[in-house]
Design a protein around this ligand. Structure first.
Ligand code: AMP
Length: 214
């Protein structure tokens, strides 16, 4: 199955993609993660993308297209993949279709994760990654036991560079103006499913599976 996850930053795309990957084996393809790796490795691409990412703007369509083309062609993506954070604007949706068409494939489902604005803010400002276990946590929502588990493993709670309040506001604004138009794009293609994503991880995952029929 080839899935596009749609939803504002903080709507839980990464969390749900990881669960789907675990259960069904379709790899999570996150352009945000690919870009952050490039920034950390200080590659040419990473150097080009860093300032744009820190400001919460979108990096150029060509840069992300290169990453996506390479990742989708990898053997583990042959039976399906979950796009998390791509496409991010109508031009990228067109790029994606041009990459998939010669491979004889298309997007089977686009899932829109719907979350109220005030919840998004808390999810993003509270979001942390455990440096020891790699687990995604939230200082407002995670159980104390989960946070203790990280600290006991010698981990620190790391905040993403672009999870500060000013950049978050800009990322949400970029989502409304540039990414939200994709909702209509996938509705017209008759592959759009909307789910209420303001619930527990397990409840949202259940809705997800129902929407996908898997
Ligand atoms: P994310 O982890 O998906 O929230 O992405 C973090 C940042 O990476 C975004 O704010 C953008 O600067 C950049 N980024 C991720 N995916 C894309 C994309 N498809 N197009 C352009 N920029 C992207």
């Amino acid at each position: 199955m080839r899935i596009v996850l749609l939803g504002a930053p903080g709507s839980g795309k990464g969390t749900q993609a990881k669960k789907l990957q675990e259960e069904f084996g379709w790899p999570q393809v996150s352009t945000g993660d690919l870009l952050r790796s490039a920034v950390a490795a200080e590659t040419e691409l990473g150097k080009k993308a860093k300032a744009t990412m820190d400001a919460g703007e979108l990096v150029s369509d060509d840069l992300v297209l290169g990453l996506i083309e390479e990742r989708i062609a990898a053997p583990d993506a042959a039976a399906g993949f979950i796009l998390d954070g791509y496409p991010r604007n109508p031009a990228q949706a067109g790029d994606l279709e041009r990459v998939l068409a010669p491979m004889g494939i298309a997007i089977d489902a686009a899932v829109l994760m719907d979350v109220p604005f005030d919840i998004l803010m808390k999810r993003l400002t509270g979001r942390r990654t455990c440096s020891a276990t790699g687990k995604l946590l939230n200082i407002y929502f995670s159980a104390q036991a989960e946070i203790d588990e990280c600290l006991a493993a010698g981990g620190e709670l790391i905040q993403r560079a672009d999870d500060n309040e000013e950049t978050i506001r800009n990322r949400l604004e970029v989502y409304s103006s540039q990414t939200a138009p994709l909702i209509e794009h996938y509705r017209s293609a008759e592959v759009l499913h909307t789910i209420d994503a303001d619930g527990s991880v397990d409840d949202v995952y259940r809705s997800f599976r129902e929407a996908l029929g898997v």
